[in-house]
Ligand binder design. Sequence first.
Ligand code: URA
Length: 266
Amino acid sequence: MAPWQTDWHLARTALDWQLDMGVDEAICDAPISRYDLPQKRETAQTPAPAPAAAPAAPALAQAVDPVAVACQLAESASDLAALQAALAAYDHCELKLGARNLVFADGQPNARVMIVGEAPGREEDRQGKPFVGEAGQLLDRMFAAIGMGRDNPDPAKALYITNILPWRPPQNRDPSSDERAMMRPFVQRHIELVDPDILILMGRISAGTMLDTTEGITRLRGQWRKVMGRPCLPMLHPAYLLRNPPMKRHAWEDLLSLQATLRGAR
Ligand code: URA
């Protein structure tokens, strides 16, 4: 038996190390030693032939620009199903490799209000739907307080929900600026296709990405801005509200402001 199988402290250190490396789930009850498994490919045990000389790289080979590819794919999507397929086909974001599911959207595509969050968490990654974990449940309660919900078929009371990133970042880390830049063309096309009257930018990452600012969300929240020619309201993220309950009063102010704007806007 390995020492960490009998010593609690060693086992704990080994577990912490795995968490640091990004492991967040146990797949089997017992560990598997990959060294003890039979070699799958026979060629792995025979000496490899000497490599042929690599062909010279073309002098003017162009590196792929992930943002340009994203723009091209997003612009060619003529409806939501095509946009989802375009995202699924996009291979330049490494987050895709670690995610279980592509989290595209939830709610009613004919809603007047579209919410743009940050990125899926563990539960969203499992279910393939945005905002279904603890923060999502708070989000549902917040909007229910002003008579709105993702399941409401009435466009005036409905919500359509998506995120800046469709794949879960490991350990819910902040998405990098490169990752946000790659996904922005898809989010913009998503907004064009849904064509909501009002956008809610839920949290720091969403507001920062769509408004192209590093200003803090506690300053931005509650201030109506414009994104792609339509009114948008940055709000405090429900995950932040769960950690800072006294800030819920600001979320309530913003919900009332949304309600008033919706009443006045049509
Ligand atoms: N937080 C987000 O911003 N989006 C989700 O889908 C879940 C949590």
